[in-house]
Every structure is written in C-alpha cells, then in structure tokens.
Design a protein around this ligand. Sequence first.
Ligand code: ZN
Length: 427
Amino acid sequence: MSTEHAGQSVTRGQAVAVPVTACRSCGGPSPRPFLTLGCTPIANRLLRPDDLAGHEPVFPLEIGFCESCALVQLTHALPAEEIFDADYPYYSSFSDMLCRHAEKHVIDLIASHNLGPDSLVVEIASNDGYLLRAFVERGIPVLGIEPSPGPAAAARKIGVPTRAEFFGADLARALVADGLRADVIIANNVLAHVPDLNSFVAGMSILLADDGIITVENPGVGALLANTEFDTVYHEHFCYFSTIAVDALMRRHGLSIVEVAEFPELHGGTLRWRLRRAAADRESPQVRERLERERAAGLDTFERYAGFGADVRELQAELLALLRELAGQGRTVAGYGAAAKGATLLNSSGITTDLVQYVVDRNVHKQGKYIPGARTPILAPAVLAERRPDYLLLLAWNVRDEIMEQQAAFARRGGKFIVPVPRPVVC
Ligand code: ZN
C-alpha cells in the first residue's frame, strides 16, 4: 500500500479520491497534513463471501489542519454516494450505552423546552429512529431525516416518520415551504459525515424556529489527540471538531453556542454543543471558558497536531509486537466489534488474519461478512464459547465496559482482553 499520494487524484476502480483544495468550513487554503494512515478501503463497506475473489478499491487516508479556522479534516475526499450506499451496516439500537444516553437526552430536552403535542423535533441522520421513538412514545411530533434507505425503512416500521434524503439548505427550504419549523433540531454523530458543512448548517438555521434550539453531538478532536484514537479516522469522517472550529462554522450562519457538555465515555470523548440564533445577550461564560481551555491546550495551532503522527506510529508498533509475540507463543486472538474503526486499526497497522483470526459482533447485519482490507471474518459472539480464543482484541474499545460485562464467562475461563488505545494493554 502506497502512502505517496499528496496532491494527486487517486483512482481505484470506479471511484476517485479528490485532494481537498479548500477548507470544508472556511474555504481557506488546503488543510496541512499531520497524520497519514496509508491507502485503505472504505471502512464500513463490509465484504460478502462473493466479494473476496474481487479487487478491492483503496483510497488515501490522511488528515490535516486548517490554519485559518482550526478545523481538522481529511486531505482527500470521496463522493458521499460512495460511502453511504444501501449496504451501510450501522444500526444504532445495537448499542445499549447509546440507547441509555439518547433516552436521558430526550427526557432532558422535553423538560427544559416544555415540548408537547404542538412541538416539532427534527433529527438529522436519525438512523433507525432509536432516539426519535422516545419522543413519539411521549406524544411529541417528530421528523427523521436519514439518507440510508435501510435504517430509514426500519425507523418508519417503528412509527418514526422519516425522509430518506441528505440534509442541506435545499431540503430545509422545502420543509419550511411545507409549513414546518423545528423547535428542536438534533444532529448526533453526523457533522463529521457531512461533505458540505456550510449547506448543512445553513439548513439547520433555516429550519429552526426563532426560539428553537439545536443540539449537535460529535466526538471531540481534543480527546482524539489525548487518547491516540487514530482509528476513529476513516473516509466516512470528513472532519474532526474542536469547539473552536464549531464556533467559527456556526457563527457564519447566525448561530451561537450557548452550552458545551462533555461525555468522556461516549465514542471516546463526545462533545454536545447547544446552539441558538445568535444574539448579543446570549454570550455564555461557560462557552467562553471552554474556548479558552481549548486554546490553552493548543487545539488552534498546527504544533499541537504535528506530534500526533509519531504517537500513532508508536502505538501501532507496540500493538503489532504484542500480537506477533502472542502468535509466536501459539496463542489465538479474536477481535470484538466490527465497527469502522476496527477496519482502520487493522488495515493501517498491518494486522492480518494470522494475528487476529476473526472478529465477533452482535450486529446480525454484519455477521457472515468480512472486514474490508484485512478480510477478517465477522462471526456471532456465540462462537467464542466454542473456539475459546486466548485473547480478545477490543476493536470497539469505546464500549469496553459493556463488552467486558457481556464476556464475563470468557474472562472466567482465563481469557484476556487487549485494549488498543490510548496505549495497548492486556487486562
Ligand atoms: Zn478552515
């Protein structure tokens, strides 16, 4: 796999990876690269048995920093339709932790904004309706917007009205023309996936009722750096956000951050920004303090990012050495969690099936398929009882506690867990 791709278009099969020549937020000069993870396949495009004979397209995976607005972003991009196709395998309700977090958010929003039968809650990237369903159950009208047809159909089936479209300024204008205005707009774990950030945020601003509130959640780039979460970098994630970068993006569209909350346990460190229409009297001391803290941590300077590549290479070398040592001792290692970040971790570290023989995942949509690139088979967790691997590499380290709890029997019979980040440890 080549890493020599700076500044060139790279073609593999039908699709073309195009170098990003302007910042996706401010339009400033090309992002300055600081982490290169080689050329890898699209992380969520799991392979079927039939695909194994075929040629697999790979694309440069590298991130850079915008020196104008501090936004971290991929330096090469694929067209969105390459990434979010009908096979998009992620169905949210498979994570218990995510469901609990969502439920708490709903209860909190209903109470703090007096939501009722005359309100409208719009969720962008509403997936299988796991969050909106909690509003529906409480008699509050909702609209889900979800471009992936599989999850959108699943949402409708459980009574969550859903439009299977990409969100942007055009769709927002069409909804407003239909007489809709949102009292609450929720955009969880979607901002990173948006190719046209300005159209997306303009759309939220257009659709929002004058006294409405927007809540946006995304893993924070500060936690990514601090915990060496390099495996959360993949082609589906165009951008990686600090509050500094979000603030600049939102201000451009007449929105201002009124509150920042942090959830260190969620997706490796999630931030939730609450936004309202910008008004001079809404400048929040809490937000100001957060911005100052991020600046003090260097999140607005290239220097903070520059050392990250070396941290990642060190982690990868340690992990590879550990896995080779275990293989040399005749130990067997399985992976847990066929999430996209597992594909980045395996492929960018060169971990093949001689080191990690198979991966288990509770998601039945993924079982029987293969991780792209590494071609690691994905099996049901039940096989762990039969095959009795010596070690479980936690590819889904973000739900580490949940997995360890479910796999108590594995640990009781002497099985050990390998947690790869922030540094590989056996426990
Ligand atoms: Zn920028």
